[in-house]
Ligand binder design. Structure first.
Ligand code: FAD
Length: 409
């Protein structure tokens, strides 16, 4: 068995690399970063993409590289997931997502009506629509099923009242993918539904929650460098019943499936191993030290250990993709990756900061920092990667139950 890439795959990778080198400028990457009203950020808050990013995505689309593994009828190129992986891997390295719009898109694909799929999927793939994820509430994200945000039926509408927290991107997304309670009397997992609707629906208020990356600001290229998430409030928000994704009161299962599928893929994997590539490149170039670290045995061993871990990460991703591609039973694998990858990124980011010496620990506000504080901010980001999108503790629990068949803790 040959685990390497075929000639065609390598040629495609090269083509994508050349395209990126010719078209992805630093200006575009900046524009695509957080667009917020933060005093430290020069880009004004807006919904959807800015003009430079729109032009870039048009070019990527012309190449046929958006939503590669999605069906043609929904705007994709109907290719295999490995091809998608290759293209995604290259774009993720420069901070650009060509995947297909987070956990909402796979959930719509599986549970949505034909009308919903035709409306949302092509627009999500092309980035004309973006979904904020409204799951977590102040009462606790780990115990998601205890959520209280209510949606009550009123004729042809649902009327929503409640609050969400950590709604990342709610300030610049066009739509929200909201988990809310539609039957308060049912057992907690069975009274939940998912609604998708525009963010400019009357009655929605979005308030910023600044993260540890905001002040001083994380430099562009920081892994998990988002400087803002949000609190989102719903006051008598009326949405048509056609906003319901899947069956009423079955939203728990639809949402969990979407989250699980979104945990697979090159972008999540690469987010976790980009720093290993940094370490190796840095060690090869001897970029930041006045002694030859290539000859330092402790560093060589550490780099090799981390690189091996990174390859485990990559193989776990490829395995998950293969299971999904072949219609296999995908249960605990996404959760297992969501434990391994964030814990690995903490280990590798800590190691790189140690190897580079004390200046690498300085944040962007310091005049003496290394690469604008990138490595220190990466370390801050690494810790939050074990919390967002499901904490490592909860992922371990899912692995134990779904993978090992252990009873609920
Ligand atoms: C930067 C960032 C962005 C985010 N973006 C979004 C978003 O866009 N949309 C969204 O809906 N949510 C988002 N989240 C929320 C995220 O999913 C939650 O923070 C996460 O699920 C944990 O919930 P919590 O913060 O309420 O912690 P809690 O639920 O209060 O848990 C606190 C700690 O206790 C542990 N714990 C809790 N219960 C158990 C248990 N039974 N067994 C073992 N350990 C347990 C948890 O693992 C965690 O470490 C984001 C979070 C962050 C930090």
């Amino acid at each position: 068995m040959d685990f390497g890439w075929s000639k065609e795959q390598e040629a495609l990778r090269q083509e994508v690399r050349t395209f990126i080198a010719e078209n992805v400028t630093e200006e575009i990457v900046h524009e695509m970063g957080e667009s917020t009203t933060s005093p430290t950020n020069p880009y004004p808050a807006q919904r959807g993409r800015g003009p430079k990013a729109k032009a870039l995505f048009k070019k990527i689309d012309e190449k046929g590289w958006l939503g590669i593994a999605w069906p043609k009828e929904f705007g994709g190129a109907a290719k295999d997931r490995i091809t998608q992986y290759l293209v995604e891997e290259e774009f993720t390295r420069v901070g650009i997502s060509v995947g297909g719009g987070g956990s909402g898109a796979p959930a719509i694909m599986v549970a949505g009506t034909e009308e919903m799929k035709k409306f949302y999927i092509p627009k999500l793939i092309k980035g004309e629509i973006s979904l904020a994820q409204g799951f977590t509430e102040p009462s606790g994200g780990a115990d998601l099923a205890s959520l209280q945000c209510r949606a009550v039926e009123d004729g042809d509408f649902f009327v929503i009242n409640g609050q969400k927290i950590f709604t990342s991107g709610a300030h610049n997304s066009t739509h929200i993918y909201l988990m809310c309670r539609t039957d308060p009397d049912a057992p907690k997992h069975r009274g939940i539904s998912i609604l998708i609707f525009p963010m400019d629906t009357p009655g929605i208020t979005v308030r910023p929650l600044w993260t540890i990356q905001n002040d001083p600001p994380a430099p562009p290229g920081t892994t998990y460098g988002q400087n803002r998430t949000n609190e989102t409030f719903f006051e008598d928000v009326r949405v048509p019943k056609s906003s319901l994704l899947g069956e009423k009161n079955m939203g728990w299962y639809v949402g969990a499936m979407g989250l699980n599928l979104d945990r697979v893929g090159a972008s999540r994997y690469l987010g976790s191993v980009r720093r290993d590539e940094d370490i190796v490149n840095w060690a090869k170039d001897n970029a930041f030290s006045d002694y030859d670290i290539k000859d330092n045995e402790a560093i060589r061993e550490k780099v090799a250990e981390l690189w091996t871990e990174a390859q485990v990460c990559r193989l776990m991703t490829l395995r998950s993709m293969s299971i999904v591609e072949h219609g296999g039973d995908f249960t605990y694998e996404g959760s297992a990756e969501k434990v391994w990858a964030p814990e690995h990124v903490v280990r590798s980011t800590e190691a790189i900061v140690q190897m580079m010496g004390p200046y690498a620990q300085l944040l962007s506000s310091s005049p003496n920092t290394v690469e604008g504080g990138l490595y220190a901010h990466n370390l801050l980001g690494a810790f939050q990667s074990g919390i967002n999108h499901g904490s490592t503790q909860i992922m371990r629990d899912q692995g134990a139950r779904r993978g090992l068949g252990m009873p609920r803790g």
